[in-house]
Ligand binder design. Sequence first.
Ligand code: PLP
Length: 413
Amino acid sequence: MTTVHSSVIDGARDRTGNDPIFTLNAEARSRAAAGESILNATLGALMDDSGALCTMPTVLETFQRCAARIPSAGYPPIPGIPEFREAVIRDLFDGTSLGEQAVAVATPGGTGAVYAGVVNFLGPDERLLVPECYWGPYRHICDHAGRRVETFPMFDDRGAFDVDEMAAGLERHLVEQGRAMLILNFPCHNPTGYSLDAREWQEVVAAVNRTGARGPVTVMIDAAYMEFGREAARSWISAVPGLLRSATVLVAWTASKSLAQYGARIGALVALHRDEGERTQIRNALGYTCRGTWSNCNHLGQLAVTDLLTEPVLAERVAVERAGLSALLDERIDAFNEYASKAGIPTPRFDAGFFVAMFTPDQERTAAKMRELGVYTVPIPGAVRVAICATPASAMPWLVEALEAGASAGAAV
Ligand code: PLP
């Protein structure tokens, strides 16, 4: 037998090739295919009550129409087509003057936007600050890029967002690494479902400015679920002018959820800064990242999304279709809250979004017990995440019963 000389470098050799969520999803699907009654609340994609992916007819038609146009086959400009970048900025900040302080590049989804932010606003080995519960790929992105993740306790003893812990983290990072970068995935935080209220946003602004007055601070708002945020959908925008007094603000925008186009891989990183010279440097740095990674983003997707955001008739139809999807989600959230509050299920404040979390001291035992009952959730530190986006309202009694059983199993350690 010949010796195998592995050419894979040390840090990469033992990596898992798939996200644990996709592994759990595959297991749930194979049990369902074998005829078991399974509730698969793992993936963050909005499904209808029969388990089919929700899509928007106007979005599909527009993609089809744009695919027939010759330009979609050619290379787009490296940072993205200007009309797309402007349309995203307008989508976020129409009706305010914030667009004048913004630059943007096209990215492959919100994931690409997070990547472009991390590699340009943190140096090698520096730490990204996120709440204790966070979207797992932040860690993948940081590990892969030679950056690290550090967390702060997310909730205080009243169950509110712990702004003091966040502020302490910013201070620590500024002192220890000369810069700080924070990601806030609100509204509709994945994985907990929490949305900051107006007072919490103001406290965040005050804390960021206390540190930002003394050194470089970047705040990324990962707005992946923004369009499903009910009242919180755009309330965060009022915090942006305050943040801009001292910080750089990044917004990770994506069509994955807002246009139900997960597979198109279309997103943008929007960067705001009060200083024009700084904006030029940021624009150049982000363009360089595009060239050095994905080169150009899906041209068809940029053309279609531009039309969808800017043509009034299409935009109106999208708003109506999205309102239908939001209503489906909201019905589920209301049903979940009704059953969960009767059963005393410990969750954070939850009024919008794709996910909710149930706190548990032993998430692995809790999730395992739930799987015995045919209910698939995702274990995360101190909780299990439930994809409400994939759970019909009629299944909420089953879900809540499984959560109760899972909580008992998790407590019996
Ligand atoms: N941020 C959060 C918190 C997410 O949950 C997701 C998707 O699941 C994303 C960003 C980005 O998704 P995509 O790359 O599909 O736009």
